[in-house]
Design a protein around this ligand. Structure first.
Ligand code: GCU
Length: 607
């Protein structure tokens, strides 16, 4: 049967030009500042369990796949799919919470969106995705635009050559199956929401545009900070062209500075001064953002940027030169009320609003880069951020592809958010097992992160390495690569219930300490004795005991208990209690506050 089909569509196939893959480009900085056409909304989708739309029956990639979006031309034509007759779902959005047949589904789903373009819109156009989980292939008008892996970072393709005046079609193949060599790897304690989970847009850019720019306040050097502060500016064009003038305009600071690109199309960390008394520094108490315009030729990119410095001194974390205690909470990028992946400013305000009620000035966005609005809303609300890539548990340390994947996710995480004043910590891993391969992998990642951004702190969530006779030790080779020593401990839950008060800690590093996770589960509304698992009283007591214990740790500079809200996890199957939710939230999935919420709030209010 198949060869016949092959013959038929051959006719169609001949019409279509050979598939030229569009160029994968560095992610454009501050994409929301550009004129764009949103492709958010209803997309048709086809669930393709056996990837019939991509491989032939010999499992070779076929040229006659669903990306052709073929339609019968003659009555006898055999086309066994039709996007326009297929159901639709809302994009951005995961498929798990929009089609109950796909709640547990891990595999391939195809998406199609049609739109029309006017000729004058076709100068230079990037097709931008905020994030797609996990393995994503994109076609525009049947021609391949590109391929991306990694579920939590943005990517864009130059599709100028693929677009046409009038009707256009984007087709996206998304596969969220898990593999050992992936990042994250096969197992992780969160729901593997699949799909086009963040915004999609066609971004109109000039032929030469600013691919990336950075504005950072320099640390005070040798008392010079008294009268003036130094701000450094750097930029990179999409073309290696010298002589382009880039102007930075900050009206409120009476700043207007013009710089010229070098032969590489770059402006490398040029500085200018601002009178100290004119500069209001960003901090949780004063989340001051300045309106900034960056201009190149006739294009102006508007941004909101705050100025602050972050550094460590021995066991202290200094924000704007002053010691700060990070009153934090860990959060997953998940909507409340079983709504799936968070993907809007409104979702961010809901989650961050609860963190504010807790008395937080800091959040750990676990275990992957969250939606951009989560970071920007936190910046507006005066909440500091720990941002992390999903190098989680035991990944394939020896696999060069896995390293390249992790390195790319790190590049894109830092690339997207390096102008956000509230982001202070880049985390490169969580709970990774000790080995020479792991140390090598993570050591290279940490050093690479510093080449991308030497203005922020590097950390990772380590694990307690030894505990005997109530003495807990941290002994991790990675200590030399990080600025902040962070670790997860689950005293009172996974071990040593009711022994927290007897515990002491040996953390032999002259660096600030963050407890990046502690906590325990409770089903909201389930009450009983404090030694009864899953009751709010058990969780409440666990928090009390842990807080008393960790408050004595020398050099403790912050904590991000696990976790703000109950979240979905396929690893949590206890009926009537978990029901596929990790119940370690301080609020239920509906936002109902558990007793432990108030224990943590009380501590933070006392800090
Ligand atoms: C781990 C891990 C989390 C997980 C948590 C738990 O420490 O980092 O992702 O959800 O423990 O067991 O609840």
């Amino acid at each position: 049967m198949r060869p016949i089909r092959k013959f038929f569509i051959a006719v169609v196939g001949l019409i279509l030009p050979m598939m030229a893959v569009a160029e994968t480009l560095p992610v454009i900085q501050n994409v929301n500042a550009y004129e764009s056409m949103s492709l958010n909304g209803e997309w048709n989708y086809i669930v393709d369990v056996q990837e019939e739309g991509y491989y032939d029956y010999r499992m070779n990639p076929t040229r006659w796949g669903f990306f052709v979006n073929a339609k019968p031309q003659k009555p006898e034509d055999l086309i066994e799919y039709d996007f326009d007759k297929s159901p639709t779902m809302q994009i951005p959005g995961d498929w798990n919470t929009q089609d109950e047949r796909l709640f547990f589904y891990e595999g391939t789903v195809w998406f199609k969106k049609s739109f029309s373009m006017r000729n004058e819109e076709l100068n230079k156009v990037l097709l931008y995705f905020g994030a797609v989980n996990y393995d994503c292939r994109v076609w525009v008008n049947g021609k391949e635009a590109g391929h991306h892996i990694g579920g939590f970072t943005p990517f864009n393709f130059d599709v100028t050559e693929l677009l046409t005046e009038g009707e256009n079609t984007v087709i996206v193949k998304v596969d969220n199956k898990r593999h050992a060599e992936d990042v994250p790897t096969q197992i992780f304690d969160w729901w593997n929401y699949g799909g086009i989970t963040r915004d999609v847009k066609l971004v109109k850019v000039p032929t030469v545009y600013i691919e990336d720019y950075s504005l950072q306040l320099e640390k005070v050097k040798g008392g010079k900070g008294e009268k003036v502060r130094e701000i450094s500016f750097s930029a990179r064009l999409n073309k290696a062209e010298a002589g382009h003038e880039v102007t930075v305009f900050i009206p409120e600071l009476k700043i207007e500075k013009t710089f010229t690109t070098n032969a590489e199309g770059k402006i490398q960390s040029s500085t200018f001064n601002v009178p100290s008394k004119r500069l209001s520094l960003w901090s949780p108490e004063n989340p001051k953002l300045y309106q900034v315009q960056v201009m190149l030729d006739n294009t102006t990119i508007a941004d909101e940027i705050g100025f602050r410095t972050i550094e460590t001194r021995d066991k202290q974390i200094l924000l704007n030169g002053q010691p700060i205690f990070l009153k934090g909470i860990s959060i997953h990028n998940e909507k409340p009320n079983g709504g799936g992946r968070a993907n809007s400013a409104e979702d961010a305000r809901t989650l961050l609003g609860w963190a504010k009620e807790l008395g937080c000035n800091f959040v750990r966005l676990a275990h992957y880069p969250h939606h951009e609005e989560m970071v920007r809303e936190a910046e507006r609300m005066g909440i500091l951020v720990w941002s992390e890539i999903p190098v989680y548990w035991t990944i394939a340390w020896k696999n060069p592809k896995t390293f390249e994947n992790a390195r790319q996710q790190l590049t894109d995480m830092i690339g997207r958010d390096h102008n956000r004043a509230n982001v202070i910590i880049w985390s490169i891993a969580n709970e990774t097992p000790h080995s020479a391969e792991r140390d090598d992998f993570l050591g290279r990642l940490a050093q690479y992160a510093r080449t991308l951004d030497d203005t922020r702190l590097i950390s990772m969530a380590m694990e307690v390495t030894g505990a005997s006779n109530y003495v807990n030790r941290l002994n991790d080779n990675m200590n030399k690569y990080v600025d902040v020593v962070s670790f997860n401990e689950y005293i009172g839950w996974y071990r040593d219930v009711n022994d927290a008060s007897k515990m002491t800690w040996e953390i032999p590093y002259n660096k600030p300490v963050i407890i990046s996770e502690f906590g325990g589960g409770a089903r909201y509304g389930y009450h009983g004795q404090k030694n009864q698992r899953w009751t709010e009283e058990f969780q409440e007591n666990l928090y009390r005991e842990n807080i008393n214990m960790i408050d004595k740790i020398e050099g403790l500079s912050g904590t991000t208990p696990w976790i703000l809200k109950d979240f979905r996890s396929p690893r949590r199957v206890l009926p009537g209690i978990q029901d596929y939710y990790n119940r370690k939230g301080l609020v239920s999935d509906k936002g109902e506050k558990k007793k432990a919420f108030f224990v943590l709030k009380e501590w933070y209010d006392s800090k």
